[in-house]
Write a protein that binds this ligand. Sequence first.
Ligand code: SF4
Length: 361
Amino acid sequence: MPSLAQVLAEHTREGTLWEPLDSRRIRCFACGHSCPIFEGQTGVCKVRFNRGGKLYVPWGYVAGAHCDPIEKKPFFHVRPGAAAYSFGMLGCSLHCPFCQNWVSSQALRDPRAICPPSLASPEEIVREAVAWGAEVMVSTYNEPLITAEWAVEVFQQARRHGLLTGFVSNGYANPRVLEYLRPWLELYKVDLKCFDERNYRRLGAQLALVLDSIRQIHQMGFWMEVVTLVVPGFNDSDEELGRIADFLAGESCDIPWHVTAFHSDYKMDDVQNTPPQTLARAAQIGRRAGLRYIYAGNLPGAIGGGEDTLCPGCGARLIRRHGFRVLDYRLTPEGRCPACSTAIPGRWAPAFRPKRGLWAL
Ligand code: SF4
């Protein structure tokens, strides 16, 4: 019986994001690793490989596809209540021990991660999204940068049907892949996992490159929201949360910052779940740094008002949420506060039309 790596190697095609390096190696530049790859070898992600002096990349399958509320991605400043059709492949450029999605992200590293791929064409994926009434197409579940060519192929089809397109990513990018994505990608959610170089290296990345990417994503005009999964004992000190918040506020106080709760999982099943008090403390630290939109997430109703959008001008409650549900929506069609006309940054729809019935929370 063929291994998963052998099966996936069949579902590839020559990629775009690479260049010859010397007589024996090529370089992939789809993510921050910028791997030099010898003939017959894979890059760090294990899904892109050098065959005959060319880079082959994942193509023609999904490991998961679901219609989710956009609040689950999470994007809170993009068409609240919309359906986001979400698809993913396999593999990741990092190996976080607290990964909440490890079955797909660590599929080629960890033999316990069993997630068989299903063949799919971009047309089929988009047809399904349209049938669900989705307004947004999102590449997620695995790290989308390492499967960027496939995502762009799907996004090109999605655009023809008027869908917005998004990445849910670890943000370990570089300027070249961001330039490649920009014509086809509008929304970018980045995980900023901590603010400590040594800890980032334990996850398999460099903090400085993630910070550079966040600056570039913002400056290139993607709509970006940043998430920090707050893990007890890893990144939950006042000092570390303060450094994350200060960095984001230094880039723009309008970047939404989601602080979300870890639940015991994967290689950190001995670590306690994040209590609501920790998220409330993180939100307070974010406010002190000057951030205007901070969301304490994935513990519905546990932090009073922590999921809501408030007007930074007059304090009016503009969007009230509980989990993935939008309970109240008061923005004007132009995305302004109806009380004081302050413009709220985001990608708003002219009218609030929530896609009901897809989710319970
Ligand atoms: S996507 Fe990243 S990890 Fe994978 S081969 Fe390319 S540079 Fe290396």
